[in-house]
Design a protein around this ligand. Sequence first.
Ligand SMILES: Cc1cc2nc3c(=O)[nH]c(=O)nc-3n(C[C@H](O)[C@H](O)[C@H](O)COP(=O)(O)O)c2cc1C
Length: 191
Amino acid sequence: MINLKIITSTTRPGRKGIAIAKWITDLAVSDPGYQAELLDLGAINLPLMDEPNHPRLQQYQHEHTKRWSAKINEADAFIIVLAEYNFSFPAPIKNALDYLYHEWKYKPVSFVSYGGVSGGLRSVQMLKQVVTTLNMVPVLESVTIPMFSNFLDDQDTFNPNELISKSAQVMLQELKTWSDSLKQLREKKKS
Ligand SMILES: Cc1cc2nc3c(=O)[nH]c(=O)nc-3n(C[C@H](O)[C@H](O)[C@H](O)COP(=O)(O)O)c2cc1C
């Protein structure tokens, strides 16, 4: 069973990303290959990075960091539900990534991105540079949602079209392949 964490990227009141995050979490939960959990940065509420030591040392001073570390440590794979702010990634996801180091290492990450005409693709391209620095492996197969608000109903429930649904299935499948391989790599490195 693959322990999958789905992480939001935005925290503002009324954020729309949570609707997309709930949709992809439900899909992953219904897949018997995954044990999936949504980590909503809006609820987790990490302050701006306030640890005195480099995360490589894992000398965490704060309870919020210890809790965040434990959650990320137990994961085998990630999906980041990524918005685009000013042609880049929103600050809360960079902050959440910066808090830790070893906990991310040799684990795959896929992106579900959303935005206007770009579908958040510029944000994904920029965040790939960050995640590879943490030794994560970005998976090519992703879900791109341009004009995402067209898929939200009055209750802010996300209703995907066929193309989005299909790309989510392909992404979840490919993420498994990478999870299995990288799990073996992590075990080999431990021994
Ligand atoms: C500060 C800010 C900057 C934005 N910049 C972009 C952008 O560069 N590209 C884009 O497609 N949408 C942009 N948008 C619109 C967002 O796609 C839209 O507001 C979306 O709902 C943001 O995700 P959230 O609701 O989860 O915060 C921006 C929104 C905000 C609040």
